[in-house]
Design a protein around this ligand. Structure first.
Ligand code: NAD
Length: 349
């Protein structure tokens, strides 16, 4: 009795993988209430409601097929009902939807609830960069942490070993969130530099688009390694310019930094779609529809958000890789030009 009530806000590929972990830990640990609600945007799959399928077959057949969810994870299509009374809220919707989700939730979550964002992306505000966790904090007034890492959802669901990073300014909350999320095969480290952790999660998707272009153009592993290194330098440079607090270089060595960058540049959906873009010449929107079965791409949209921020601060030329990704995705620059941004990249930033 008296355990913390957990709600997962989102039920896509990552939301469902995380539901497996948080659900089985909540069932096992007395510090959490056993039932974990998961908000599911209702849709029909094969003539049935997705929530009904999840609650009877314990499987999200659309976004995480082939993996059973623990039976204490309950799919709920009503956002306010799903979050009612929650002490811990895990936000895991694609970043373009978070503003609307929070607007609906405003005034309906406990003031002392603890939130954690697993969303990779950034937004832009009047003063430049806006972190997704800041948007949630501003709209709902709750304390926020983030979880980011080299975590491709399907591999996490298969329980293959990986690491992840929780960025949490309040270490007491950090320990509680670690307890909820850690398993022997999903190893959590907690750091206080939460803004850098979150920024890494957003920026690596842009670098992955560049890695996909290289693959599509037929370049090899050496070129991809250069994309990863130059991309990492731009990630560090961007964090130093735009993070409110101090940026700890060691954070880039955590799972959220270099490890996530590597997996995303080899395995993720942003790389895959960018490769197809370079090979077929089809538009990003068309490929997203054709290749991702309702899942959302993050990299191209994040590159557009970054570009507006860089332009407003007059530093576009300091970020040639981010800029090339944006211009190729949105301004019709030929993808074959991508390599020139690497050739002319400053050696040191
Ligand atoms: N999939 C991964 O491997 C992975 C790993 C780590 C982090 N992430 C991050 O997690 C976040 C969520 O990604 P995902 O893979 O779970 O989602 P996804 O790409 O599978 O997205 C589909 C989800 O979006 C929902 N959706 C569609 N339209 C919506 C709307 N209008 N409002 C609200 N929700 C809507 C769908 O119901 C579905 O649950 C992203 O920021 C992503 O970068 C993903």
């Amino acid at each position: 009795m008296g355990g913390k009530k957990v709600c997962i806000v989102g039920s896509g590929n990552w939301g469902s993988a995380i539901a497996k972990i948080a659900g089985s830990n909540a069932a096992r640990l007395s510090s959490f209430e056993s039932q974990v609600n998961m908000w599911v945007l209702q849709e029909e799959v094969g003539g049935r409601r997705l929530t009904d399928i999840i609650n009877t077959e314990h499987e999200n057949v659309k976004y995480l097929p082939g993996h059973k969810l623990p039976p204490n994870v309950v799919a709920e299509p009503d956002l306010l009902k799903a979050c009612a009374g929650a002490d811990v809220l895990l936000f895991v919707v694609p970043h373009q939807f978070i503003g609307k989700v929070c607007d609906q939730l405003k005034g309906h979550v406990k003031k002392e609830a603890v939130g954690m964002s697993l969303i990779k992306g950034v937004d832009e505000g009047p003063d430049g960069l806006r972190l997704i966790s800041d948007i949630i904090h501003e709209k709902l007034g709750i304390e926020m942490s983030v979880l980011m890492g080299a975590n491709i959802a399907n591999e996490v669901a298969e329980e293959k070993f990986c690491e992840t990073t929780i960025g949490c300014k309040n270490m007491k909350h950090g320990q509680m969130l670690k307890e909820l999320m850690q398993t022997p095969n999903f190893r959590v480290s907690v750091v206080q530099d939460a803004d850098t952790v979150e920024i890494c999660g957003a920026l690596k998707n842009v670098v992955a688009v560049g890695a996909g272009f290289c693959d599509g153009l037929g370049y090899g592993d050496n070129t991809k390694a250069a994309v990863i290194r130059l991309g990492l330098m731009e990630m560090i440079g961007f964090s130093k310019l735009f993070c409110k607090g101090p940026v700890t270089p060691a954070t880039f060595l955590e799972s959220c930094g270099v490890a996530d960058l590597i997996t995303t540049c080899y395995g993720g959906r942003n790389r895959k779609v960018a490769e197809a873009f370079a090979k077929t010449g089809k538009s990003i929107e068309q490929l997203e529809k054709e290749m991702l079965n309702g899942q959302k791409l993050q990299g191209p949209q994040t590159s557009a958000e970054l570009h507006r921020i860089l332009k407003s601060k007059n530093v576009v030329e300091k970020f040639p890789l981010f800029t090339a990704v944006y211009r190729i995705c949105y301004e019709g620059k030929p993808v074959t030009d991508f390599i020139t941004c690497l050739q002319s990249h400053p050696e040191h930033m």
